[in-house]
Write a protein that binds this ligand. Structure first.
Ligand code: 5GP
Ligand code: ZN
Length: 108
């Protein structure tokens, strides 16, 4: 298995896990852009937003709702936070496994 985030999801590479269930895992970004910078990923390998299929609608909906829950758990639901998907080279996507950046904890 060569995908970095698949390896993190399989606990083969260490990360600071913030949340985990059967379908998703969230962990601290190794190079945080703000006080709180968490990556939320589906355990299923999906390349990017561009690679999503219509049948992923349920998974993507749950991903956003889980980001909402994590923001609340982190205490940034009211202060505000940013959700970012980078898709493809022009957006600067460096890890080719769908991931949602949850960024906040300070003025962005
Ligand atoms: P992208 O630019 O692909 O949207 O974001 C990938 C993110 O993954 C970057 O913010 C980068 O800091 C983070 N990252 C890269 N390698 C690792 C790693 O090994 N562990 C963790 N926790 N984050 C990583
Ligand atoms: Zn993967």
């Amino acid at each position: 298995m060569s995908c970095l985030f698949c390896q993190i999801a399989a606990h083969e590479i260490h990360s600071k896990i913030k949340y985990e269930d059967d379908d998703f895992i969230a962990f601290d970004d190794i190079h945080p852009k703000a006080k709180i910078h968490i990556l939320l990923i589906p355990k299923k390998h999906i390349h990017s937003v561009a690679a999503l299929e219509d049948s992923d609608v349920n998974l993507v909906g749950k991903l956003i709702l889980k980001a909402r829950d994590i923001a609340k758990e982190q205490g940034i639901d009211l202060s505000g936070f940013r959700l970012v998907f980078n898709s493809g080279p022009d957006a600067g996507q460096i890890v080719d496994h769908l991931h949602l950046h949850i960024i906040g904890g300070e003025k962005l």
